[in-house]
Design a protein around this ligand. Structure first.
Ligand code: PLP
Length: 429
């Protein structure tokens, strides 16, 4: 395989050895020249945001924890200067001001998956409700709470390493659907238990994420009452994630933080199959144009998106093809084969792709906890690895000193107490 791969030999060697890598995307374009290449645009994201607003009264009733935000699922954007200093002491530096996007606190799912997953379930629900004339225009969507019986005749299923299953499963079950989650071997026990407690059917597989998705897709085939959320190909998940960009713009405006020619925005997002970081990147480029720079961060044993981008092979190559295991403590990122749909869209949009070891992840979890008192799951700390790339001078842009760096903390909010204790123990607390 090695000889035939169109990828710098040195990078391939580093990947194979499990050393931390950085790959700068050579195909990035200005937004103007990227737009004609993209299958969807800002309009579709705005449409998704409007749909979420229509559903807000219903979410508010189903999930009391969203009452304060009027049924809108959003997370805080928090300055973490203490973490910036801590990274500095560790010999890694961030560009400009450091902010943490707290998707670990997102209601309903406690992870970034609440954005895409909840959105796709709601979109399907709107379609069903309109088709069966249960929803008249101008009516508040809160009436759908009374349609459990109709929804109970429908199944929503998904293949997952854990967090997507939680998002899709909890949202679907709350509306009354039959919910089925196909879990890969790396899924944590507590995530399966949580789902079963919500009345979700959990099917366990020996295989990895890719095979769990394939099996799920297969079981849904041919049944018009069975809707499968296809993490490897879903445009709807992608658009749901993209809404984050509109929300982030508002939050930055409220904090009086400029993003322009002389004030770049750097964003680092943990990456599994690519949907979440892809959707967010897509949205951010639409909103901030060429002033935003987006980086995907993956485990050294599961750098599927980096490999797909660097070779241009996308879903046609897996990390196992170059001898990596795909196994990592970062369960949300344990994906061996990337979404081809997302990879293609990222070619003109993303800035770079980097990897981090499991030990590196735990170290970031520890630093964040000790400096800010914030505990996230190991996957969710991956974004901090951007500071390594910057301090090693592997990537730079003009006006870096004026930059704002957003590290996207993607999950951990629903960790049960004993899992929190376990994680704390593994970082020496
Ligand atoms: C799923 C997940 C990601 C990455 O999302 P993908 O769409 O799989 O790329 C990042 N962090 C956490 C905690 C996740 O659960």
């Amino acid at each position: 395989m090695k000889e035939s791969l169109c990828i710098p030999g040195e990078l391939l060697e580093q990947l194979r050895q499990g050393s931390p890598c950085f790959y700068q995307n050579t195909k990035r374009r200005t937004l103007g020249s990227a737009k004609p290449l993209l299958p969807v645009g800002l309009e579709e994201i705005q449409d998704a945001e409007a749909r979420l607003r229509r559903f807000a009264p219903l979410l508010r009733q189903l999930f009391p924890e969203t009452a304060e935000s009027q049924g809108i699922i959003e997370s805080p954007l928090t300055p973490i200067p203490e973490m910036a200093s801590r990274l500095g002491r560790e010999g890694e530096s961030v560009a400009g001001r450091l902010l943490l996007k707290r998707d670990d606190l997102l209601p309903i799912a406690g992870s970034v998956k609440a954005r895409g997953g909840v959105y796709e379930v709601l979109r399907h629900t709107e379609e069903l409700a309109v088709m069966s004339a249960r929803l008249r225009t101008m009516e508040s969507y809160a009436v759908l709470r009374k349609e459990r019986e109709m929804f109970s005749e429908h199944t929503i299923s998904v293949g997952s390493t854990g967090n997507l299953g939680i998002s899709i499963g909890i949202m679907s079950a709350a509306l009354g659907y039959r919910a089925v989650v196909h879990m890969s071997a790396d899924a944590r026990q507590w995530k399966k238990d949580l789902l079963r407690n919500h009345g979700v059917t959990v099917v366990e597989y020996e295989g990895d994420y890719t095979s769990a998705v394939a099996r799920g897709r297969e079981t849904a085939k041919g049944d018009p009452r069975h809707y499968f959320v296809d993490d490897e190909n879903s445009v709807q998940l992608f658009l749901g994630y993209g809404v984050a960009a509109l929300r982030l713009r508002r939050q930055l405006q409220q904090m009086n933080i400029p993003v322009d020619e002389t004030h770049p925005l750097l964003v680092a997002i943990p990456c599994g199959v690519g949907g979440a970081p892809g959707g967010i990147t897509f949205g951010l480029r639409q909103v901030f144009g060429d002033h935003v720079h987006c980086f995907f961060v993956e485990p050294t044993e599961a750098p599927c998106m980096l490999l797909g981008m660097a070779t241009g092979l996308h879903q046609n190559i897996s990390v196992q093809d170059i001898g990596l295991s795909g196994r990592t403590i970062a369960d949300g990122l344990a994906v061996g084969r990337p979404s081809g749909f997302v990879g293609k869209i990222m070619e003109p949009l993303a800035d770079g792709f980097l990897t981090v070891t499991d030990e590196g992840l735990l170290n970031y979890v520890k630093c964040l906890y000790e400096s800010c008192g914030i505990l996230v799951e190991s996957s969710a700390a991956a974004g901090f690895a951007l500071s390594r790339v910057l301090s090693e001078g592997q990537w730079a842009c003009p006006h870096m000193g004026n930059a704002t760096t957003v590290v996207w903390a993607t999950g951990g909010g629903l960790m049960p107490e004993e899992i929190r204790q376990e994680l704390l123990k593994s970082i020496g607390h």
